[in-house]
Ligand binder design. Structure first.
Ligand SMILES: [Zn+2]
Ligand SMILES: [Zn+2]
Length: 164
């Protein structure tokens, strides 16, 4: 399995790239600057539950790359049943849209849910480093694209990359 970062994901013209997004009602607006370290496509049960879908697509930014432009984010602390660490879900207090989350494991990271960008199509496998994780809990109706980097559990797990 490939674990190297594709060329072009850190090109200089992409460093200052600005993208905006927000919640369904429009009260929460945010802006990100630059490229995410990677884009996690997470099939874990927690992401299925919190999104109400088959998986989550999560570009990982640093806190410094994220700016709340308007509105307010409420937080709900969730404890991982796998690691025991906390994850703070962020959502609009008015419409409930889940914008992303903060995590105990990575204090400097700000995970954003890709679909909350106004135009999420700027995220693409040939532009950023996509990593499919927790594919052991993926559903039959959300099959992986062929040839992508994927892991049974988290990519930090000792078991490493593997087949679904
Ligand atoms: Zn809202
Ligand atoms: Zn997940």
């Amino acid at each position: 399995m490939e674990t190297t970062e594709p060329a072009g994901s850190a090109t200089t013209d992409a460093v200052d790239e600005i993208h905006e997004g927000g919640c369904v009602c429009g009260a929460v607006r945010f802006r990100t600057t630059g490229q995410p370290a990677n884009v996690i496509v997470c099939h874990c049960n927690w992401c299925q539950r919190r999104t109400g879908s088959g998986f989550a697509v999560i570009p990982k930014f640093t806190k410094a790359q994220f700016e709340l432009v308007s509105g307010h984010l409420n937080h709900y602390r969730s404890i991982s049943d796998e690691s025991g660490r906390w994850l703070d879900l962020e959502f609009c207090p008015n419409c409930g849209t889940n914008i992303g989350f903060l995590q105990e494991l990575r204090p400097d990271a700000h995970a954003i849910d890709a679909g909350t960008f106004d135009d999420p199509s700027w995220l693409a496998p040939d532009r950023q480093w996509f990593r499919y994780i927790f594919v052991r809990s993926s559903q039959a109706w959300s099959a992986l694209p062929e040839g992508v980097e994927h892991h049974h559990g988290h990519f930090l797990d000792k078991e490493g990359p593997g087949l679904p």
